[in-house]
Ligand binder design. Structure first.
Ligand SMILES: [Zn+2]
Length: 158
């Protein structure tokens, strides 16, 4: 069993203690991982984050149990994003600079949206963050979340 220690200065640890934020955006969790939709402003409907529940910077710092389960949970969470969003591919990107706590971005890549092509996705992210491009609508995100939460137990448990 991995002990879920928290780091006082960490934004992801704080978010994991924020019941209102989790009620708004959490999709699924188990003992090790928490899958959530990107908070507002969300660059795209279906843009998710797969967090380590433990304060852990990334694969370099994995406990053995996290290392064993990582591949399975990343595959299943990516499949959930693909099926609920209807995109062709799902990018998986983790820098861990904004917070030194693993939060893997799972990003829907759609062939009919050129803004989602490779590194153009970073431009989209910055433009939405700066308010230059409209974020995904709250209605679309909420609809996506309802469908994702309904599908998550079948795809992600066990
Ligand atoms: Zn943390």
């Amino acid at each position: 069993m991995v002990f879920l220690q928290r780091e006082a200065s960490c934004a992801i640890c704080a978010l994991h203690s924020d019941d209102a934020e989790l009620a708004a955006h959490e999709v699924w969790r188990d003992d090790l991982w928490l899958l959530r939709h990107h908070p507002q402003p969300a660059p795209l409907t279906g843009w998710c984050l797969l967090d380590a529940r433990r304060h852990c910077a990334g694969p370099l710092d994995f406990a053995p149990e996290e290392a064993r389960e990582w591949g399975v949970v990343v595959q299943r969470a990516s499949l959930l994003v693909k099926q609920v969003t209807g995109c062709e591919r799902v990018y998986a990107i983790a820098f861990g600079e904004g917070a030194r706590h693993l939060h893997l971005h799972l990003i829907p890549r759609s062939g009919d949206d050129p803004r989602t092509t490779a590194w153009k996705i970073a431009d989209l992210y910055r433009h939405v963050e700066a308010g230059k491009v409209a974020a995904a609508s709250a209605d679309c995100v909420n609809d996506w979340l309802q469908r994702a939460r309904a599908m998550a137990p079948r795809l992600l448990n066990g």
